[in-house]
Design a protein around this ligand. Sequence first.
Ligand code: MN
Length: 248
Amino acid sequence: MGANLVDFHCHLDLHPDFRAAIRSAESARVYTLSVTTTPQAWPLNQELTKNTRYVRAALGLHPQLVADREHEFDLWEKYLEEARYIGEVGLDASPKFYKSLPQQIRVFEKILKRCADVGGKILSIHSTRTSAQILMMIEKLFPENRGRVVMHWFTGKKSEALRALSLGSYFSINAAMTRTTHGRSLISALPLDRILTETDSPFTSNSNASPQPNDVAFAVDAIAQIKQMDKSLLVQRIHENLKNLVSP
Ligand code: MN
């Protein structure tokens, strides 16, 4: 099959069978970042991925849960030392979560500060309707030499995407993004060396079937079309990008 696919943002622990989802990603040899939504999920995620070759877990505190779980920041902080990858973290100002935005900002600020203190972390960032705020916070609190950021399912303006690039950010792109005009125009503006792919599974689906590790190929196909390039070359580029991102 050539180079390995990369799914840099999915929720394996929310699949119907977490352990089976890890096994499938391993046997499909898809480099997978399994993000979490609460630090309570970390110990099991950590346990199940400590000896895997392709699957890594990320320590998260999802902005959509912060309204009820702000107090779990202490737990997040407790596990920080054990985690190389951080996510899902960020902000969400969509109508349903707008009310908790001040709390979300408080938590995300602490997360960025702690990650900058410790250094070497790679963050998968949720930025729904908050890209300007997110970029302002990264600029202020998370210097490029203290870690790396990956914008997950970025829907901000093109000018904001360019600003994120100038801050060293990568972008993990899913198939849903390739189906909107704005998404396609963003993808054409992103340089090839900052592109990663993701599924955000089980929250996006390409069929009625249960999510499969190779589903990330839908994103690859669509990006290859937008970039008008050979699919296997793109897969190689994305794999190289992943290596560059994770190499210290
Ligand atoms: Mn997600």
